[in-house]
Design a protein around this ligand. Structure first.
Ligand code: FMN
Length: 255
């Protein structure tokens, strides 16, 4: 069973690719987190997978909450992997996930990271189409290698893109992410057609509609940016800078 969190489809694409190759069901982590009770038994021969994007060298808050909440029984002969998708470096995001699982008595057999197009347009523009295509081709190859590693049962930590001082980077940037996830800068232009898509696709129900326009709820929003990237008319902005920046949806994700 593979649980994924995604804003723009990179992690969904990775989860689906692995799920298909390994014969494991793929589940939406944020949807599962809404359940009152979260219990899982992973039987002999089965695999538990966790696929998520890196945010500020850390875990998206919703992923951390999921890991803290879920009760997991790993039966003898079951295995577990963590896969982080990121634009460039993960910091200690995979270690944090591993540590939380460890505290629950779940040992992670495989740790992976895959570089994919960067979606953090609050800070930078998206990469140009040529670079995105190259990254997607490379990510396909990386996923193939990951599948081989799991099938051949070569356990280990294969995340080689933690970047410099991953512990300190995760600690500092992660603290900023958890504290400062502002929603006051989200705004919607006249191009908005009141289609409600942003509300429907928000994975954490952080958007309410008021007179046909979206309102963001700070306590719920995890800054996945699905709303900005997937607005069909580009009506959603964050401050002023995103107006001139591109949008990104993983073309292989089916989103
Ligand atoms: C809030 C936020 C913070 C991010 N921080 C990082 C980061 O610290 N390091 C990195 O390499 N990529 C970072 N990214 C880029 C994403 O991790 C990357 O594009 C990821 O593959 C997106 O996955 P998704 O399409 O499944 O949402 C960030 C993206 C967002 C939205």
């Amino acid at each position: 069973m593979i649980f994924y969190f995604t804003g723009t489809g990179n992690s969904l694409y990775a989860a689906n690719t692995l799920g298909e190759a390994l014969g494991e069901e793929v589940h939406n982590l944020a949807e599962n987190l809404k359940r009152d009770e979260l219990k899982l038994t992973v039987g002999e021969g089965e695999i538990l997978g966790l696929v998520f994007p890196v945010y500020y060298y850390s875990l998206p808050t919703v992923v951390e909450e999921f890991l803290e909440k879920i009760a997991i029984i790993m039966e003898k002969g079951s295995r577990c992997f963590i896969l982080a998708t990121c634009g460039a470096t993960t910091g200690d995001a995979t270690k944090t996930a591993r540590d939380i699982l460890n505290k629950k008595g779940v040992s992670t057999d495989f740790v992976f990271s895959v570089e994919m197009p960067d979606n953090y347009i609050l800070l930078y523009d998206v990469q140009d189409k040529g670079k995105q295509e190259k990254m997607l081709i490379n990510s396909k190859d990386s996923l193939k290698r990951i599948i081989e590693i799991i099938k051949e049962d070569k356990k280990g930590d294969y995340n080689k893109i933690k970047g410099p001082m991953p512990g300190i980077m995760s600690l500092m940037a992660g603290a900023i992410y958890r504290r400062d996830r502002k929603t006051s800068k989200f705004n919607v232009s006249d191009r908005c057609t009141n289609c409600n898509l942003c509300q429907e696709i928000c994975p954490v129900d952080a958007i309410e509609m008021k007179e046909g326009k979206p309102i963001w709820i700070k306590d719920k929003c995890v800054h996945c940016l699905a709303c900005i990237h997937r607005c069909p008319v580009g009506a959603i902005q964050y401050g002023k800078k995103t107006e001139s920046r591109g949008r990104y949806i993983n073309p292989l994700s089916g989103l």
